[in-house]
Design a protein around this ligand. Structure first.
Ligand code: G3I
Length: 403
């Protein structure tokens, strides 16, 4: 019976023959022992998705996704992007598809189809979806037909009815399939800290009346336990004092009036507008930012990071230096934010650079494309992704609650 020589045996035999030569030519000295076969390299461990790391801390990671199913222009149309969402996220948020001006391009239309497609994708893939946003309280971002809308003989009553109907229709359409809503977005003027005036606030007498009505209606329309959020972008960078003060005044007033609000959505569109020589990346107002967040959570509000991305205008053109500067800034920011146990959900405003709104909105002086997201245009993970992963790994686990 032929001895069965395994792969290793054949290798050894082969080596012996080679070293000792084939037949004849023996020198009489024993052939040296064959070199051991190289140990098989360990299998590459699967890259643990960002949401899986977050989940180990009873937190969640997610991203926005936008656009029609047109691959040329939108992330939702990209099969690679959707695959990345499934691999890395536990939560998505429509970039534009739930905004009032998108749902209702004309007064008689309320078209949920694009957002419904996203919810179907999320549900099929075990992802949650959050809602953004029901009322963006600036005339520029409200449906344009409001400017010429006939609110009826009693403008106040007509406006209250319009607001209530919209909030109830949107939240009612999704019911328990969306468990967190940006009810009001960006109502505070960052330059002054004052609330913006809109056609709605003009008719109701104050912006607070619009905001209070929206949240009160949302609470009545939403299933119990739905998280109602005020979402805005005061930042940790220097120069955000008025914006922070205005947001804190709004939130404090809402709580004092008994308005049902559960959380503050910290958009987190970070900007490296200059370089701190001590860190090699952007400066930030750590004490001022902590004081602001301390005051917000003292109101009994939770926190979310809702739209994280990083403009890196002041970093050099060199890609490796840019990406590392962004990663360092992201890590410093998340380490500070994760110090708040009230923070569980972290969403980036896009996973892949090439789909970022910043490609259209903010140009670097060197004209190079923005690099604000965790993955580059080739869907390659950047140091920013590692910073997010490391920040989740480094933080304490939150008390367990339904995800
Ligand atoms: O879909 C239309 C397309 O049919 C049309 O040809 C094209 C040109 O007019 O416009 C397209 O709509 C654009 C939409 O993005 C989809 O691409 C709108 O003009 C454009 O204003 C809109 O910009 C969005 C912006 O909010 C305003 O809604 C950005 O994608 C979106 O990233 C940005 O996100 C906001 C958050 O909602 C709130 N926080 C700030 C954040 C960044 O600005």
């Amino acid at each position: 019976m032929m001895a069965r020589i395994g792969r290793r045996g054949v290798l050894e035999l082969g080596l012996a023959l080679t070293v000792g030569g084939c037949g004849g030519g023996s020198t009489g000295t024993p052939a040296p022992a064959p070199a051991p076969a190289p140990a098989p390299s360990p299998p590459t461990p699967p890259v643990t998705g960002l949401d899986a790391i977050a989940a180990s801390r009873n937190m969640r990671f997610g991203s926005t996704v936008g656009g029609t199913r047109n691959p040329a222009v939108s992330s939702f149309g990209s099969t690679d992007y959707r695959a990345l969402l499934v691999a890395q996220c536990g939560l998505i948020v429509p970039e534009n598809e739930l905004k009032w001006q998108t749902l209702s391009p004309t007064p008689d239309v309320l078209d949920f189809s694009a957002a419904d497609d996203m919810l179907a994708f999320a549900t099929e893939n075990g992802l949650a979806m959050r809602g953004h946003n029901i009322i963006w309280h600036q005339n520029r971002w409200l449906p344009q037909w409001l400017a010429s809308h006939d609110f009826g003989a009693d403008k106040e009553a007509g406006t209250r009815a319009l607001i209530s109907d919209h909030v109830t229709a949107v939240i009612g359409h999704y019911g328990s399939s969306i468990r967190s809503w940006d009810v009001i977005n960006e109502a505070v003027d960052p330059a002054t800290g004052n609330l913006y005036s809109t056609v709605l606030s003009d008719n109701l007498g104050s912006a607070e009346a619009v905001i209070d009505l929206a949240f009160t209606t949302a609470r009545a329309a939403a299933p119990p336990g739905t998280q109602l959020v005020y979402n805005d972008y005061p930042g940790w960078e220097h120069g955000n004092d008025a914006h922070r003060a205005g947001v804190l005044k709004l939130l404090t007033g809402m709580k004092a009036r008994g308005v049902p609000i559960d959380a503050f959505g910290v958009q987190s569109h970070l900007g490296i507008g200059s370089i701190d020589p001590a860190t090699g990346t952007g400066p930030y107002d750590q004490s001022g930012w902590r004081s602001f967040l301390d005051a917000v959570v003292a109101l009994g509000l939770d926190l979310l990071v809702t739209e994280l991305d990083v403009r890196d205008d002041a970093l050099p053109s060199d890609i490796a230096k840019r990406d590392q500067g962004v990663a360092n800034y992201t890590r410093a920011y998340l380490d500070l934010m994760f110090g708040y146990p009230q923070l569980r959900d972290v969403l980036v405003w896009g996973m892949v650079d090439s789909f970022s709104w910043l490609q259209r909105e903010e140009q670097r002086t060197d004209g190079l494309p923005a690099r604000p997201n965790p993955y580059d245009a080739g869907f390659k993970a950047k140091p920013m992704r590692q910073s997010i992963a490391d920040a989740f790994t480094a933080t304490a686990a939150r008390a367990k609650e339904a995800r």
